[in-house]
Ligand binder design. Structure first.
Ligand SMILES: Nc1nc2c(ncn2[C@@H]2O[C@H](COP(=O)(O)OP(=O)(O)OP(=O)(O)O)[C@@H](O)[C@H]2O)c(=O)[nH]1
Ligand SMILES: [Mg+2]
Length: 205
């Protein structure tokens, strides 16, 4: 009997952009396990992916909200599919655009090809907003696993950081501890990679 588990190794830098889809129906047929990155517009989803992959500039980012407008698919080391979702809650986007993005996110999250794990990104400074809590409720009701990820953690230091982490944990119901990350400082990426391997890749073996 084998007592120790094989370690799943992933070469994160070996990531390539696959395609963008404007409709969840156009999602490719794939047997690869899948994760998705969701969160408010401008929270730092695309930046986090660059940092997670260790590939500066692979994913397009912008200081202006509403940068990602399609489902952008990436394949990591021929082992994992990662979906960068458009952000929600960008108040100044035209109504028709907002509706289109919301429909796209909704149709993806309701499709049978949905991710096994959704990283829910929350700005560390502001904590979860109503729209984040709605998404989380919906994921819970749909039985889709999710992991809270606090972004832009470089903006808070010392005591403020500890206090905010506890506040975020409480606001999320106290069950899932957020991973604190900074794409700017490459903070939290090892922890996040380990969670993805444990939650998605090992269970898929
Ligand atoms: N200080 C700091 N700024 C960050 C960090 N991550 C992202 N940003 C900045 O936040 C802005 C938005 O980043 P994006 O990664 O494009 O955000 P997004 O969530 O993909 O945005 P949409 O695609 O519009 O939904 C950019 O100006 C980034 O430079 C971080 O860890 N620290
Ligand atoms: Mg983006």
């Amino acid at each position: 009997m084998q007592l120790c588990r094989m370690t799943t190794s992933v070469h994160w830098q070996n990531t390539e952009f696959l395609l963008s889809v404007a409709d969840a129906q156009m999602f490719p047929e794939t047997d690869l396990p899948q994760i998705a990155v969701a969160g408010h517009s401008n929270v730092g989803k695309s930046s986090l992916l660059n940092s997670l992959f260790g590939r500066k500039g692979l994913v397009k980012t912008s200081k202006n909200p509403g940068c990602t407008r399609l489902l952008n698919l990436f394949e990591v080391d021929e082992k994992l599919l990662v979906v960068d979702l458009p952000g929600y809650g960008y108040a100044r986007a035209p109504k028709s655009e907002k509706y289109k993005w919301a429909k796209l996110i909704e149709s993806y999250l309701q499709s049978p090809k949905v991710a096994q794990l959704v990283l829910v990104l929350l700005d560390f400074r502001h904590g979860p907003k109503d729209s984040d809590l709605q998404l989380i409720d919906w994921l819970n009701e749909s039985g889709i696993r999710w992991q809270p990820v606090a972004t832009k953690a470089d903006k808070l230091k010392g005591n403020a950081r500890r206090k905010r982490k506890q506040e975020m944990l409480d606001a999320l119901g106290g069950l899932l501890e957020p991973v604190l990350t900074s794409s700017l400082k490459n903070e939290g990426m090892q922890e996040l990679r380990a969670i993805i391997i444990d939650e998605v890749l090992k269970t898929h073996d």
